[in-house]
Design a protein. Sequence first.
Length: 219
Amino acid sequence: MSLAEIVGRIREAERVAGRPEGSVKLIAVSKVQPLDRVEAVLAEGHRVFGENYVQEAQAKWPGLRERFGPVELHMVGPLQSNKARAAVELFEAIHTLDRSSLAEKLARQAEARGACPELFVQVNTGEEPQKGGVLPAGVDGFIAECRALGLPLAGLMCIPPEGEDPAPHFAELAGMAERNGLAGLSMGMSADFETAIALGATHVRVGSAIFGARNYGAR
Ligand SMILES: *Cc1c(COP(=O)(O)O)cnc(C)c1O
């Protein structure tokens, strides 16, 4: 599907939900995609991208930024604490803040740099052992901890369990954000971004619907 079609579907979902046009930001998740597909989306004028791996992003984006100008980069993959510094240097937003050790690292980096990326706390709404994210019961406490460290929180992020109806997970995340006074909701991917927008998503992370299927073998 083309970028224009996805943008059209987002605008339509905003309209159906009675939300202002342009209130949802499209993050084009370009992890593992061949460079020519990423260049094509840049050539169409899109400037907001998501990546999952710090090393891959470091290899890819400095050169692309040189050629295409400023690009807003969002880290949407699990972030190891030893990559926090590199991530803060490269990304405008991090969607996967999910533990105290990472919060402390990011707070130190933010203090040293006098600037901090936009931060989303990842919530493991499905309570899946293999997945990152704070468990629902720990969300309020973790948000308070981040705020005590002086971290500017933009919102919450979740990845619902595969094969489940995502709607209850999106609704739960929206409720957690509201009761904590957070405006940002990073939720919705290729298969479910319209559902996420209906339930309040402010950031949708769409990969394969824009770029085509990922071929992990080719990396
Ligand atoms: C890969 C990825 C996406 C994009 O997934 P698609 O199903 O290809 O749209 C979104 N969010 C996260 C966290 C991802 O890892």
